[in-house]
Structure formats: C-alpha cells, structure tokens
Design a protein around this ligand. Structure first.
Ligand SMILES: [Zn+2]
Ligand SMILES: [Zn+2]
Length: 637
C-alpha cells in the first residue's frame, strides 16, 4: 500500500506538470475567441422552474449564460441586435434546468464501481444492467455464476449488495463452496458488514490470534463464519482490507466509471457532503472530473466531524477554511458549508427512534448529541450552513433541540441548517423544523426499497409505511430537496422524483399515500430547491436570464407523462455551462464494449494522456474508508 500511494503521488505530479504547460494557451483562446453570437435553442417545451414564466419554447445562450427565455420571437427581440444562430436539434425535446443531486459520495461510488453488483434492487450502469435478486438460492446462484465467468484465476471477487433480509444468511462455508482458491469478499448493501471466504482470510493473513484482544471489534468478528460487522468491520478495513483492495489504480478506474455513470442521468451538479481525503486522492478526483469532458460540476462539503476529530475545537475552523485553497473550476469546496452527523443508518436500522425497534435492538449515535452540539455551535457561530446526517425521529428531536438552542443563543437569518435523509419522522417535527427555518433534504428511495421490509421488521407498519414524509414537509413550506446518497440509491434524479411522487415499494404497493407529492414539487426538489440547499439558487436550478446555461434535455415531458413512467424518461444529454454533451450512456445500458472496459482499467500512460484535458450508513462508512485511506497516505509520506 505504501508503495502504491507513492506511485499515485508521482502520477499526480506528472499530470499537474502537463496542466501547467497547456493553461496559458487556453487563456489566450478565451481572450480572442469571438463571444458575440448567441445560440437560440428551440424546444418542444422548456420547463423553467421559474414561477413567473413556467414554460417557454426558446432559450438564448451566450457563452456560459442564459440571456433570454420565451417564445422564439420574444427571445429574438430580447437579443436586441446581438447576432445569433438557431439550433433546432431539440425541437421535439424537453429542456429542463440541469438536474442537481445535493448529496452523494464520489469516493464510495468510485470505490464500488469496479466491484460486482449483486443487489436486491435494479441498477442501470453503463457497464452492466443489474437485475435485483432476492432469495438465498438465487443469490448464491448469481455469485457462483459471477465467479465462473472470471477469467483471471487470481483476481479477487468483490461483490456489493448482499442484504440478509433479502438474501438470507450466508457463511464462510458457503463461500468456500464457490471457491477455495479465489479470495471472495461479500460487501453488505449497507456497507458496514463483510463476509470473507477462507482464501480471502488467508490472503490477508487474518488469524484468530491477530483478531483477539481488540475490545468491541473482537466481539464483532466471527472468523468461523467469515463475518465482520460494526467495529469488527472497521478493524478489518483499517488493518487488512484497505491494504489489499484500495489501490490508487483501482480508485482511478473507479472514478472514470463513476463519471460515466453520473453523466448518464442528466446531472449537471452533484454535491458530496462529508468529503475528507488526502491531497493525492483529491487530485485524482480533479484529474478525472475537472476538465472539459465532464458535463457536471462537483461541489464538495467539508466533513466537520473528521476535521474536529483530528484537530479539536481550537483548530477546526481554520482547518475547514484550508479546504478551499485547492478549488478548481468544476470540482471545489463550498465556502462556509459543513457536514455533521447525528444518529445511525436507515439501511442497517441503526437510526435512533423515540419508540425503539419492534425487536428491541438499539439504535446508535454517530456523533454523540453532546459532540454534535459542540461542533454545530462552533460552525454556527462562524456563520456556516450546517448539513446534518439524521435518520430517526429521536435523531430529529436531538437536532431540533440543538438548532433551537443555537437560534436562541445567536439568532441567524437564512442559516439553511439542513436535516439530511429524514427517514423516520413525525408530522409535528416538520412543523418544528419549519419554525426554526431549517431545510430538509430527503432520500425518497428508502420508501421504495425498505418500506415493505421495515413494516415487517423493526419499525412495524405505521412507521414503515410513513418513512420519508415529503408531503408533511411541503405542507409546512419547507423547501424540499431529493438526494440519492449514492450508492444508497441510484444517482438518477428522475428516479428519485418517481419515488417521492408514487411511493411505490418493491412489491408494487403504495406506502403512506398521504405523503406522496405532486410531480411539479418533485421536479423542484431536483432543480431549484436542490440548488437552494447548496446556496447556488442564484446561479443554477432554473432557466432564467443571467443564470448559468445548465440544461438537461429529456425525450419526454415529465409534467405530462404518466407519473409512474417518470423514472423511465430517457435523458438525451446535458448542456453544461453552454456546451452540449450528448448522453453517451443512452441506449447503451449494459453495453459497455470490452475495449471500453479495458480502457477504464488502463495504466499510468492513460492517466498522463487524459489528465491534461458507513451498523452505520453510507455517510459514516464513507468517513471510515476515507480515514483509512488518509491514514495509509500519511504513513507512506
Ligand atoms: Zn448519511
Ligand atoms: Zn451520505
């Protein structure tokens, strides 16, 4: 591992040298390029998400800005003598503001992309079309098939997506039946548990001796079962797993796959709350994402928890500010925004609930309420927008309490304190959050993938059916935004809109029909309201003159299709900062060619050539994995 990170630093160094040489030329081009002609795009319909002029048929773009919106005649007149070209390629299409996902995790997605997805739910990926699988036999059959198709006998089989509620209990013995020689790693859908076969245990040199005497971690490992969970999983990650699987080249390949995937869903802005990586890994993200070939921008939000843990009260703010120094054009940290953590995950039933779980198990805190309050106060008094991962109704109560205290001590206007995820809540809590001026960004996919199950296990029907109360939030005029928390949910905003509008579960039933929302509100939640939660509503999120020309081009009108078809609307492509990016992914689901796959696996030469141009949920495991990579980077320097 030490060696690989040094190699990584070297690649990054070489590639940044390449940047330095080409930059002055690009600047000259910008100065002398004729910028005076506008382009008028004509569409079947333009959904502006601007209440003053909700629809239009023409939009004029000059450089990277929207200059006029209306009918073709209105737009021509508004150009006031400025030259223009008319682009008719979208005449039969729908133009929307560029779609925004305000909460997903680049690092984890890149880390997982090269693994084999065997999941309960479907995933349309550029390199594979994954059909959800349930039942123990079907799961084992798929795993066996996957293994038998792997040509390289030495390659490790790493699969993600197993969940015992869907796939039944698995064990080391069963994995050994698949292969005694190939290391197999089965990563839980929630990320915080892993199963290993004997070959993997041996390859990582894990022994009974080594895992003894580590307190809670040792209790949360069963070597006989090949099972590592909670603290045992963290122990495994730090001490064995990452050394074997977190190589920079793997990360590089994963980032490229991640970019292909994100490009396909019409996203023009993504945000990653809680990112804290070594400079070398951040540089890799920039190399892959911060160039002209990328049709979206990536906003990073500092992990207040990681910074606080490392530097303590006195240096936390200063360190947070430092993250802004290396900002690029498409990849940058948002000033005065920070991510903190309240209770545990929805996927693993670790959220904190007022009335507990039906089977009596307990939830968990990620940051204790005391620590969370200390961190929140620090950032609050420094004028930060605070985004908090919170899932259960007890978590909400704690957070409402903290926000209430902070507002009393030091009242702030427009603070945009945000509750992120909001799995289990009460209608009363929506009222309280509204009163305090808070925002809520939800993951509506929970309803689709977990409502059926949690109504039976852990939550019971009342709470299980009413997860993610979108309508209660809207009734209290809270600007609702939707996020994927990818890979918790697919990074497909129209899919998230479909979840919030229909509240259909995996079995096809409607869960908590009173919490469904209208299509228009769902579209707001993936455009203008998602911009608002990121403090970007003055620049993006609607089609209004003066804003950045970010559009998502759709083949069908989301306002007129059957709402049950929302998730299936094909995305033609994006216009990002005035430049057109047709969707490479379109119609090619699962059709990545062998050559393209090999390209993704490419070597340093490719990096040089192309470079010039978390029982926790994803958030927490994201923190853990990032930390282990950071620690490894630190020891190699
Ligand atoms: Zn989270
Ligand atoms: Zn998250």
């Amino acid at each position: 591992m030490q060696r690989t990170f040094k190699v990584l630093l070297l690649f990054c160094f070489l590639t940044t040298q390449g940047f330095a040489q080409t930059f002055p030329l690009q600047s000259l081009e910008k100065i002398f390029a004729p910028q005076d002609k506008a382009v008028i795009y004509i569409a079947n319909k333009i959904i502006t998400m601007d209440d003053d002029k909700p629809t239009a048929t023409a939009v004029a773009v000059s450089g990277d800005r929207i200059v006029a919106v209306g009918t073709l005649e209105e737009v021509k007149n508004a150009l006031n003598g400025q030259g223009f070209n008319i682009d008719k390629r979208f005449t039969d299409k729908i133009i929307m503001p560029g779609l925004i996902d305000p909460h997903l995790h680049i690092f984890l997605l890149a880390f997982l992309a090269p693994t084999y997805f065997i999941t309960p739910d479907d995933w349309d990926l550029p390199w594979a079309q994954i059909k959800g699988i349930s039942g123990h036999d079907s799961y084992m059959k798929k795993l066996r098939e996957t293994e038998s198709l792997m040509k390289d006998k030495k390659e490790w089989l790493i699969t993600w997506g197993y969940h015992q509620y869907f796939h039944g209990k698995i064990s080391r013995k069963e994995l050994d039946e698949i292969s005694l020689t190939r290391p197999i790693i089965v990563w839980h859908r929630s990320f915080h548990e892993i199963y290993l076969n004997t070959a993997a245990i041996n390859a990582m040199k894990i022994t009974e001796e080594k895992i003894k005497g580590h307190g809670l971690a040792s209790e949360q490992i069963s070597l006989a079962e090949g099972h590592f969970w909670e603290a045992g999983f963290i122990y495994l990650s730090y001490n064995f797993l990452m050394h074997h699987i977190a190589s920079p080249l793997r990360f590089w390949r994963g980032l490229k796959m991640c970019k292909e995937y994100l490009s396909g869903g019409g996203l023009t802005t993504i945000a990653d709350p809680g990112i804290e990586l070594p400079n070398s890994a951040m540089l890799m993200i920039k190399l892959v994402f911060d160039n002209d070939q990328t049709p979206f921008r990536s906003l990073c939000i500092a992990s207040g928890q990681a910074i606080y843990d490392k530097y303590g009260v006195s240096k936390t703010l200063e360190e947070t500010e430092k993250r802004l120094k290396e900002n690029g054009h498409r990849v940058y940290f948002q000033p005065k925004q920070v991510k903190l953590y309240c209770d545990g995950a929805a996927f693993s039933q670790d959220m904190q609930l007022k009335d507990g779980y039906t089977d009596g198990h307990k939830g968990a805190w990620i940051q204790t309420p005391e620590e969370l309050e200390t961190c929140a106060r620090l950032y609050w008094n420094a004028g930060y927008q605070i985004r908090v991962h919170v899932n259960g109704d007890l978590g909400n109560d704690v957070l409402i309490g903290i926000l209430g205290k902070l507002m009393k001590e030091n009242p702030r206007k427009d603070h945009r304190f945000t509750f992120d995820h909001y799995c289990v809540s009460t209608p009363e809590q929506a009222k309280q959050i509204a009163k305090l001026g808070g925002l809520v960004s939800v993951n509506p996919y929970y309803v689709y993938v977990l409502s059926d199950l949690y109504s039976q296990f852990g939550l019971g029907p009342e709470r299980g059916q009413h997860m993610v109360r979108c309508n209660s939030l809207l009734k209290n005029n809270i600007p609702l935004s939707l996020h994927s928390d990818t890979t918790m949910a697919p990074a497909r905003p129209l899919y998230l809109a479909w979840c919030a509008v229909n509240r259909l579960t995996m079995s096809g039933k409607v869960a908590g029909p009173d919490e469904r929302i209208g299509v228009k509100d769902a579209l707001k939640a993936i455009t203008i309201n998602a911009a608002y939660v990121l403090q970007k509503e003055k620049e993006i999120g609607s089609i209004v003159p003066g804003k950045i020309a970010d559009f998502t081009i759709l083949e069908q009108d989301p306002l007129t299709v059957d709402p049950k078809q929302l998730k299936d609307i094909p995305v033609w492509g994006n216009i990002f900062e005035g430049k057109i990016y047709p969707n490479k992914f379109k119609g090619r689901v699962g059709m990545y060619s062998k050559r393209e796959m090999e390209k993704l696996e490419n070597d340093p030469a490719d990096i040089n050539a192309k470079g010039g141009n978390n029982h926790d949920d994803l958030c927490t495991v994201n923190q853990i994995l990032q930390k282990s990579v950071r620690d490894q980077a630190a020891t190699s320097q």
